[in-house]
Design a protein around this ligand. Structure first.
Ligand SMILES: Nc1nc2c(c(=O)[nH]1)N[C@H]1C(S)=C(S)[C@@H](COP(=O)(O)O)O[C@H]1N2
Ligand SMILES: [Mo]
Length: 214
């Protein structure tokens, strides 16, 4: 039996609904750390977030202002394209939707680019970053997010592969086209649905559609 088959069997033995694990993934209890480049070091009060691009009122907020906004605490499964999935991770933060509403997205805005420290970017449709579950998170399991996991603030968009959830996020830019981010320029899928295994360019019809309109 392969590692993946054994892992699926363990999942059943533990009483999990196996449909929670996307194809080609294995379940882990660990919390792997994955990023390109360094972990930023912030002075207290240094971090802030800018909402910009095709919005009526661009603005920048600091951590205290973010924490003063209405927050949600939600539990998600997360799925990394390198094949690990982790179930029941709990995050606290502000819905991205609330921040974008405050800025006022213009009718021409269709996509968002998340900009993080050191030039990391990732792109997704506006509809995917304005769900009930897409948050700007500042706590993990009730504690400040560890710096290696994106603290003080990261994005969490649980229904897409985890590379779409920028750690150390610094700006959200509303755009009028789907602009490839860091990994998307380097072979990863423009959309990245784990349940359709959209890992790389050409993994599904959807990526071909994107290529055609660009
Ligand atoms: N700024 C930044 N965010 C990032 C990345 C990165 O390289 N830089 N990697 C992404 C990838 S590929 C994954 S799987 C997750 C990993 O998050 P974790 O280290 O908290 O598990 O962060 C995502 N967000
Ligand atoms: Mo990843």
């Amino acid at each position: 039996m392969s590692f993946f088959d054994r892992n699926r069997k363990d999942l059943l033995d533990k009483g999990y609904d196996p449909s929670r694990l996307p194809p080609g993934q294995y379940l882990t209890d660990r919390f792997p750390v994955l990023h390109v480049g360094d972990v930023p070091e912030y002075e207290p009060g240094e971090w802030n977030l800018t909402v910009t691009g095709l919005v009526d009122q661009p603005f920048t907020i600091d951590l205290d202002e973010l924490k003063a906004m209405p927050s949600v605490t939600l539990t998600f499964d997360i799925h990394c394209v390198t094949k690990w999935s982790k179930f029941d991770t709990t995050w606290t933060g502000v819905r991205v939707r609330d921040l974008l509403e405050r800025a006022g997205v213009q009718p021409s805005g269709t996509h968002v680019v998340e900009h993080a420290e050191f030039g990391y970017t990732t792109n997704l449709p506006l509809a995917d970053i304005t769900t009930d579950e897409a948050i700007v998170a500042y706590a993990f399991e009730g504690e400040d997010i560890d710096d290696i996991h994106g603290g003080p603030v990261r994005i969490v968009v649980p229904h897409l592969y985890f590379w779409k959830s920028a750690k150390w996020v610094r700006a959200l830019e509303v755009t009028a086209a789907d602009q490839a981010g860091f990994w998307e320029r380097n072979g990863y899928h423009m959309y990245g649905d784990p349940f359709r295994e959209q890992r790389h360019w050409g993994d599904s019809q959807r990526s071909l559609e994107v290529v055609r309109v660009r």
